[in-house]
Write a new protein. Structure first.
Length: 457
């Protein structure tokens, strides 16, 4: 999907601030990282590859057969409305990874692919527009095949798929990789069904050569199954993210509903972060900032697994995060706020903060607004797994007076978004408060981004 985000170019709400470290790409880049689980899918040098000049694979009947794990297949959406079909042979229970490489730099002038997977009856079983988390418009599917037989892959351009005016042109080139997921790779963690508790936790492997990135894939033995994985935090990589991939035929193809995802300390006695997975409202990840130590992540089923019940979980350890608050005592008072560190990003000035809100705590952060700028604030806490309840963010003038229309409260499904507030140039203060703390979840972090930007055109 082509997205033109003016205010927040980092991960949504709970994500890391926009600094100089790129998020670990893993397999989200669409190929080439065999340690992350892709077998024989190195996309190679696209500049030297020559896409086919003709186009004869426009239907299931004319699908081009491809060999699993072979060099990527080159294709082109040369004319508007073109769709390219490919076929391969698969077996029941086989873990697969399918991806395109076409637009790694997220250039709006390049092709935006969508891939759809069909079974032998030509029924859609999985689909992806942009990889999750989204780094660009290239597509990715990690899935488990439900049966033996022929499978079909359709590659289309986004506008055509979305029902908009189709696009196509001579430089809309892409490469398609289709391979078995390398479940023997360090960074690919196949659930061993060892048990439902910390005592039987399976050690989580990461790809630490190129990025601290891992994939967890598994199924549920029954409706009450819980899978447990242990991991460690060290070396300054304290920003931890686990994100569940989308299910159903409109996602990665699972027929399971995931219940909850949570993180505990090493012995399981403390729940640090927890979220009830809600794909409809985009609640699919937890992202605490954890001190060095040992931890566990729990994946809970939510009812009957269905005919092909599985899950795909991506894990990251980031070495960067939003700037932490510097004085949690002094910034209780509006007259002594923490000053946000602000950077200019192509005419939009941004500041990011990682705050902690203890019981009875109030935090204040100051920033300067220039002539011609509007105030935009985005915050997230419970929606990323924190135990903070009733998070509120309010923009104040320096004397503590509230700015009209500049307040918001996090809900069960939505973070805070205060957008395009017009105010005079000067000093302003962001105030953070909460109404309570989840009795079972100890994490109390809050991430906010403040953007000072000209009015949107």
């Amino acid at each position: 999907m082509r997205r033109f985000v003016i205010l927040m170019t980092c991960l949504a709400l709970g994500g890391v601030g926009c600094d100089n470290e790129d998020p670990p790409m893993g397999t989200d880049a669409g190929g080439g990282d065999t340690d992350a689980g892709m077998t024989g899918t190195d996309a190679g040098d696209r500049d030297s590859a020559v896409p086919p000049m003709g186009d004869g694979n426009d239907s299931f009947a004319d699908a081009d057969p491809i060999e699993l794990g072979a060099d990527p297949t080159m294709g082109r959406i040369g004319t508007p409305g073109d769709g390219d079909y490919y076929s391969f042979e698969g077996t029941a229970g086989q873990w697969m990874i399918l991806s395109t490489e076409a637009n790694p730099d997220d250039d709006p002038e390049m092709v935006d692919t969508v891939i759809t997977l069909y079974d032998s009856s030509m029924t859609q079983i999985a689909e992806n527009d942009d990889s999750v988390p989204r780094f660009n418009t290239d597509s990715e599917l990690i899935t488990r095949l439900p049966s033996d037989g022929t499978y079909y892959v359709l590659v289309r351009e986004f506008s055509d798929w979305a029902g908009e005016t189709p696009e196509g042109q001579a430089d809309f080139n892409y490469s398609l990789s289709v391979a078995s997921l390398n479940t023997g790779a360090t960074a690919v963690n196949l659930d061993a069904e060892g048990g439902n508790d910390v005592a039987s936790a399976q050690a989580l492997g990461y790809n630490v050569d190129t990025s601290d990135f891992g994939i967890v894939v598994g199924d549920f033995a029954d409706g009450s199954d819980v899978d447990v994985f242990s991991f460690s935090v060290a070396g300054g990589k304290n920003n931890i993210q686990f994100e569940m991939m989308p299910s159903t035929a409109d996602g990665y193809g699972s027929t399971s509903s995931i219940g909850r995802l949570w993180i505990t300390n090493g012995d399981g006695s403390e729940i640090i972060a927890r979220i009830a997975i809600d794909e409809t409202n985009g609640l699919t990840e937890i992202q605490p900032n954890l001190p060095d130590g040992d931890y566990n992540v729990f994946v809970e089923n939510d009812g009957a697994p269905g005919a092909n019940g599985f899950y795909v979980l991506k894990a990251y350890r980031f070495g960067t995060d939003n700037d932490p608050e510097t004085d949690d005592t002094a910034n209780d008072d509006v007259s002594t706020p923490d000053a946000l560190t602000v950077m200019d990003d192509e005419g939009v000035r941004r500041g990011f903060i990682l705050a902690t809100l203890g019981d009875g705590d109030t935090d204040h952060f100051s920033f300067e607004l220039m002539d011609g700028e509007q105030i935009n604030v985005f915050c997230g806490s419970a929606t990323a797994g924190s135990g903070v309840q009733g998070l509120s963010a309010t923009v104040l003038m320096a004397d503590g007076t509230e700015v009209s229309g500049a307040s918001g409260t996090e809900t069960a499904t939505d973070g805070i978004a205060i957008e395009e507030v017009t105010a005079a140039a000067g000093t302003y203060v962001l105030r953070l408060t909460k109404t309570g703390q989840d009795a079972e979840v100890t994490g109390n972090w809050v991430r906010c981004g403040v953007a000072m930007a000209p009015p949107a055109p």
